[in-house]
Ligand binder design. Structure first.
Ligand code: ADP
Ligand code: MG
Length: 729
């Protein structure tokens, strides 16, 4: 059989582990060696210039041209010493991946000799021809320029290819000529500034030494690995990142033997390899293990400052794709590459930390200090309660629609899990009306805040079904999709917390003005918030049907599709929020939502086309060939008088005809629905039409195709099967 599938299976059977050699036995020897970070800058820059760069990083101070020139020149020398010949601004446009445009350092001078050059202006700003990046109508053609601007808070790094070519990458933001953000990073930086400001103002009640609050993020990344040859034998994986057809294998994840199981040797080598490259780039990868589904794995770094962590996650995904090639593997970050088994998320572990080294969501062993913990803890819950819809919107994507609410991933209903001890404490706080106390500590005793220290990290309850869970010293936003840029979710989370903390400060100050003791005022407000946000707290099984009903009674939204969820961004409440905290202007917000609707349409459109093509050009012809074999078989059986036996075969032939007809009609209906949807002018309505009119045909086609897969001779089936793709050795 000439099918790619069989060639691929041959190739897979000959795979050998790829030898991986670390630069040194000790990881600390090469950690960050390809990063022009604080260390490298301190070593290479004059102390005066170094101070200015630090001021820019820590306080966002402007870098003057002379400083930029000095940094550029040093950065160039450092990069060239590492073998770099080119440099690029590295940014995150509103697509699925990062963008770069390489320029050589080398420039011929007027005498014809070549020189390696890199000026401050090239470091600080570039003008990529941006007309082919999504802009949601912001960039009119007459001002098609966009520009990238250096973000000194994310260090420059060297990206090496397998053959040893090296490029200096400078992390930047990407904005239109008129200043609107065209990327993920610019709004995130603004949201982080907003939460910093609001949190510092609240910290002022507790500790005057706190002058800066930094959001921290540790994203746990789930992914699937598939052999490269088998991947290439699946046009759907190539085009859409997920399998649109494929019958479940006899063995899926029901044996529960994959999670934390021993890592297959080929995969282990791949992990070690990309971890080495990540380590060189200063990405603190720490944890690796098998995940729940067969061929599913996870990598988690140690948490870092939020924006840097987002950059690192994007970089890591890129790196994993590159390194996988060497191992003849393909990495799938899609939220649901295979039906019937778990999909992939990216748990965003998030907290707030101070310049004094305190984790604001970390309970301590000193009851008195825990009022600050309680303050931030309750405010985050209140923020999620007030802006649950916006959080839902922040994780909306065509891929994540397969995951959310699919009873194996967090539901589309936003809720917060805090664990038993903290639940009890909040309940107590709620019951304790009008407390009057003279000595501060009594307040803590009365409220049971003194019990918090008992909640040590390892003691926190685990609830894997919650989309937003408190896990000891951080919140874990679990509903983020595996392929998403964390910045989207983080922009919203940090903005809503900024808003909530601002409100809190106002509410507490109001009471203090009325001569209420500060601690009591704080507790009074926290109690009000606890009561007001109670309905968002849920400790039970988020995958259960009862929860869906309960949530509905509580009045919580359960928005299952992206086009609907995205519209939350355009409510007055959301517009006001983003404007107030200077995260998005209305124009930026509208443009962004337009882009996301567009992207949704494109994703479903591509899937629809792949489904149509595979169904009509691969599956049906295969089924017909096989059906013809059965037909001659029937004739043969009848010739020798085996009428009864012939009947069973005839039944199979009839079944096949039924499925073939379904596929033909459904593909036709789907194509018609697509044509109709394409005519819709308005972006969000077009997205809705794709969601409600086009997509429903996918499942019907799939059902028929998967039935045919079971009927047709294995030797005749063109597509690599689930059992072949999912069990890597
Ligand atoms: P799990 O059991 O969920 O894997 P871990 O303690 O291993 O929990 O943490 C998972 C992720 O959470 C890691 O990336 C870790 O660095 C991150 N994390 C831990 N503390 C914080 C924090 N204060 N802020 C943000 N992320 C954190
Ligand atoms: Mg976790």
């Amino acid at each position: 059989m000439a099918y790619l599938r069989f060639k691929a299976l041959d190739q897979v059977s000959t795979r050998k582990p790829v030898k991986v050699v670390a630069p040194s036995k000790k990881i600390s020897d090469y950690y960050g060696e390809n990063v022009f970070g604080i260390e490298a800058m301190k070593k290479n820059l004059s102390s005066q210039i170094f101070k200015k760069v630090i001021a820019a990083i820590e306080r966002g101070e402007k870098i003057d041209p002379a400083t930029a020139d000095a940094v550029a020149s040093t950065m160039k020398a450092w990069a060239i010493s590492k073998g770099a010949t080119h440099y690029t601004h590295w940014f995150q446009p509103l697509t699925d991946s990062t963008a770069e445009k390489h320029d050589a350092f080398f420039e011929p001078d007027e005498t014809g000799r070549a020189m390696e050059k890199f000026k401050g202006t090239a470091l600080v700003q570039q003008e990529p021809d941006a007309s082919s990046f999504p802009s949601g109508g912001i960039r009119n053609t007459f001002e098609a320029r966009g520009y990238t601007a250096w973000d000194p808070s994310s260090p420059a790094f060297i990206m090496e290819t397998a053959s040893g070519n090296a490029t200096l990458c400078i992390p930047t933001i990407f904005v239109s000529y008129t200043g609107e953000a065209l990327d993920y990073k610019a709004p995130l930086l603004k949201a982080l500034a907003a939460v910093d400001k609001a949190a510092v103002a609240v910290c002022d009640y507790f500790d005057k030494d706190i002058t800066k609050v930094t959001a921290t993020l540790g994203p746990e990344q789930e992914y699937f690995l598939v052999d490269e040859a088998l991947f290439n034998a699946r046009p759907d994986l190539i085009m859409a990142g997920r399998t649109v057809f494929g019958h479940s294998p006899a063995r899926g994840q029901q044996l529960e033997d994959h999670y934390f199981g021993s890592i297959p040797p080929r995969v282990h080598d791949f992990m070690v390899d990309f971890e080495i490259e990540a380590t060189k780039l200063g990405i603190p990868v720490r944890t690796r293990h098998n995940e729940v589904a067969p061929s599913q794995f996870e990598v988690a770094p140690t948490f870092e400052e939020c924006s840097l962590s987002c950059d690192h996650n994007q970089l890591l995904m890129d790196l994993m794709h590159r390194v996988a090639m060497k191992h003849h593997l393909k990495v799938l970050f899609h939220e649901k590459p295979f039906a019937g088994i778990n999909g992939s998320g990216k748990h965003n572990n998030w907290s707030l930390s101070t310049n004094t080294g305190k984790n604001l969501l970390g309970p301590t062993s000193k009851p008195k200090e825990n009022l600050i913990f309680l303050t931030f803890f309750v405010n985050v819950i209140k923020a999620v309660h007030d802006y649950a819809d916006l959080l839902r919107a922040s994780i909306a994507s065509a891929g994540n629609d397969h995951r959310l609410g699919a009873n194996e991933a967090p539901p589309a209903i936003m809720s917060v899990f805090v664990g038993q001890t903290l639940s009890e404490m909040l309940n107590e706080l709620e019951k304790n009306g009008n407390i009057r106390v003279d000595k501060g500590d009594n307040v803590y005793m009365k409220l049971g805040i003194n019990k918090i220290p008992e909640i040590l990290l390892d003691n926190t309850d685990r609830n894997r079904t919650s989309p937003f869970a408190f896990t000891g010293n951080k919140f874990e936003f679990r509903a983020v999709g595996g392929s998403a840029n964390c910045a989207n979710a983080m922009t919203v989370l940090n903005t809503i917390v900024a808003e909530q903390l601002t409100q809190f400060k106002k509410d507490v100050d109001k009471q203090i003005e009325k001569d209420v003791k500060k601690e009591v005022a704080i507790i009074n407000v926290l109690r009000d918030y606890t009561i007001a946000s109670k309905k968002i707290r849920f400790e039970g099984n988020g995958y259960s049907d009862e929860w869906v009903k309960d949530a509905e009674k509580r009045g919580l939204s359960n928005v299952k599709t992206t086009p609907e969820a995205l519209n939350f961004y355009l409510t007055k409440k959301a517009r006001d929020l983003f404007k107030k905290h200077e995260v998005y202007t209305e124009r930026e917000l509208e443009a962004r939502v337009e882009i996301m609707h567009e992207q949704y349409v494109k994703k479903i459109q591509i899937e629809g086309r792949v489904i149509g093509d595979l169904a009509l050009n691969h599956i049906i012809p295969t089924a017909i060939v096989y059906q013809n074999k059965l037909i001659s078989n029937v004739k043969g059986l009848k010739d020798i008088g085996l009428e009864k036996e012939a009947k069973t075969v005839i039944d199979a032939i009839k079944d096949m005809s039924k499925y073939i007809t379904t596929i033909q009609t459904e593909v036709e209906n789907m194509t018609e629905a697509r044509k109709k949807a394409n005519k819709i002018e308005h972006g969000s309505e077009r997205a809705l039409a794709y969601c409600n009119e086009v997509k429903p045909h996918f499942e019907k086609i799939r059902y028929a195709v998967d039935k045919l897969e079971l009927l047709v001779d294995d030797e005749d089936w063109p597509l690599a099967k689930y059992r072949e793709m999912l069990f890597l050795r």
